[in-house]
Design a protein around this ligand. Structure first.
Ligand code: FES
Length: 249
């Protein structure tokens, strides 16, 4: 699937077509007004529907019709890529730039990306063995992306690293990157926990076992999730509490 911005990349694809430049026909194109319009959840939804690979193409940096749309796309896709990396889907998504005059470049990007995806093989969501795990992982990624915490951080990324705050301080890009990486990982694990205990109460060791992280780490996340009103004690059996997600919490 390819999300193409109206003003450059779609025109580039059009040029490739009218110039009769050959490229693989198994790409399905969705035209958007700007690459900045592509919400990262659109990409995750595509993967949840079994799409094997997603291309996001916009105008070259500095050429966006809406001035900063492609810079915003770059920031959003970078955070998405970090999340997809956790669930081993990052190889299946690519952001690139194609101008209206670059029919050849469009065809080359599509050809190379299609070849790359063919080498990776079909999405693991299509395989019975990995389907449930993939759906859980991608649902967790989507919940993180929808959460106001990460959205706020991503939306303010450019301002935070390029401008001084009210105290006259500016966050160094490297420090912000570390903060963002931590936030992305922690939020992913928390959303994964919420999904795991959506229907049945589970103990900390059980959750740790299912997610593959230490029980101590799970407990720390449970404390945060309880403080946010997303999780509560379900019942206590022989002094071992089980926890459950609170719907609408
Ligand atoms: S209009 Fe093309 S990336 Fe914004």
């Amino acid at each position: 699937m390819g999300f193409l911005c109206n003003w450059c990349s779609y025109a580039g694809a059009d040029l490739a077509g009218v110039s009769r430049i050959q490229y693989p026909t198994n790409i399905r194109i969705i035209r958007v007004m700007c690459s900045g319009r592509v919400d990262p959840t659109f990409v995750v939804d595509a993967f949840l529907h079994g799409i094997d690979g997603v291309l996001v193409l916009g105008c070259h940096l500095g050429d966006c019709h809406y001035i900063t749309g492609n810079y915003e796309a770059e920031i959003k896709m970078s955070s998405l890529s970090k999340l997809l990396n956790i669930v081993k889907f990052s190889d299946r998504m690519q952001l690139d730039w194609v101008s209206a005059a670059e029919g050849n470049r469009f065809a080359q990007i599509v050809s190379e990306f299609t070849k790359h995806i063919q080498e990776l093989g079909p999405s693991p969501i299509k395989e019975n063995k990995t389907k449930t795990q993939c759906i859980d992982d991608l649902e967790a990624v989507k919940s993180v992306l929808e959460s106001s915490r990460l959205r706020g951080l991503i939306a303010r990324q450019r301002d935070l690293v390029t401008e001084k705050n009210v105290y006259g301080n500016q966050i160094p890009a490297e420090k912000f990157e570390n903060l963002l990486n931590d936030a992305i990982y922690n939020e992913f694990v928390r959303h994964k926990i919420v999904i795991k205990i959506k229907e049945i109460g589970k103990s900390v060791p059980d959750i740790a076992n299912e997610i593959g992280i230490k029980a101590k780490e799970v407990l720390e996340h449970i404390v945060v999730l309880r403080s946010r009103g997303l999780v509560d004690v379900h019942e206590i059996n022989e002094e071992i509490p089980t926890f459950i997600s609170i719907r609408g919490g």
